[in-house]
Design a protein around this ligand. Structure first.
Ligand code: ADP
Length: 257
């Protein structure tokens, strides 16, 4: 009984720390937004400053939105909507959004060798996962650089973790700081971050991990300090049709429409 009570107390303490940290992050962002609005309201006639302050406020608001959706996708109550995804089409479709989110100092190059292949996954969560990986890659290259996104078919047999079968490997590669083995080992832990307060939530890779595991795949990190990092997502290949290919079924001859 004593042990159970102690465990409970420790859990409560951990939850308190986590929620405290989240509230702190949101508070900082809100202060950033309020500050910008306050400055704008004082100098409404100075278009140069107004647009600069509006930009700063927008950035804080976007960060808040990302933090909120990371928390949501992290919470277990959110079920994934698993459906076949045409993987090359999906990556092609959101790479422009990625470029906009990542900013101009980073080039994103793609090499997709999965034309027509479909995988099991939740498209929204998969986009979120690749966005999280690209943001980490950007943070690892503070002076700019290149992110390489590749896809290819990977048949697996006798893998230690995944059942035999065809997978698609989606890799996000950067040439940044890399991770020490100690950091790589803890990188998937929720709330583990090496970034300064207000910069990192420690939830990006937990979201990636949760999404991939719930889709019947996995995620692996290959990182060398000083050389860079490759994160590989493994998604199960499927023969099912993706949503945009599903035709309404026509009535067969003789069947009432
Ligand atoms: P956050 O980015 O908010 O810190 P993540 O869960 O996405 O949270 O990442 C956890 C930690 O893993 C990061 O703080 C960083 O130390 C390390 N990390 C993740 N991706 C990379 C990368 N591409 N290069 C170097 N370190 C990385």
């Amino acid at each position: 009984v004593v042990h159970a009570a102690l465990r409970q107390a420790q859990k409560m303490e951990a939850v308190g720390r986590l929620t405290g940290g989240i509230a702190h992050d949101f508070n900082n962002l809100l202060q950033g937004i309020t500050g910008s609005l306050d400055l704008i309201s004082r100098k409404p006639d100075d278009p140069g400053r107004v647009s600069r302050w509006a930009g700063a406020g927008l950035k804080a608001a976007e960060r808040g939105a990302r933090l909120a959706s990371q928390l949501l996708s992290f919470s277990r109550t959110q079920k994934l909507e698993i459906a076949p995804i045409d993987i090359s089409k999906a990556v092609d479709g959101f790479v422009d959004m990625l470029r906009r989110s990542i900013g101009p100092t980073i080039q994103i190059r793609t090499d997709l060798k999965t034309d027509g292949l479909r995988v099991e996954g939740d498209q929204v969560q998969l986009e979120m996962a690749v966005l999280n990986l690209a943001l980490n890659a950007r943070d690892a290259m503070p002076n700019g650089g290149e992110i390489l996104i590749t896809t290819r078919l990977r048949p697996l047999q006798g893998d230690a973790e995944l059942p035999d079968g065809d997978y698609v490997e989606l890799a996000v590669k950067d040439f940044g700081t890399g991770m020490t083995p100690e950091v790589a080992e803890r990188a998937f832990e929720p709330f583990f971050t090496t970034k300064e307060t207000g910069k990192g939530t420690g939830l990006g890779l937990s979201q990636v991990y949760g999404t991939l595991h719930q889709s019947g795949g996995t995620v692996r990190i290959d990182s060398t300090p000083g050389a860079g990092t490759t994160v590989r997502l493994y998604l199960r290949r499927t023969d099912g049709r993706s949503r945009d290919e599903q035709q309404p079924r026509l009535p067969a001859a003789g069947e009432a429409p």
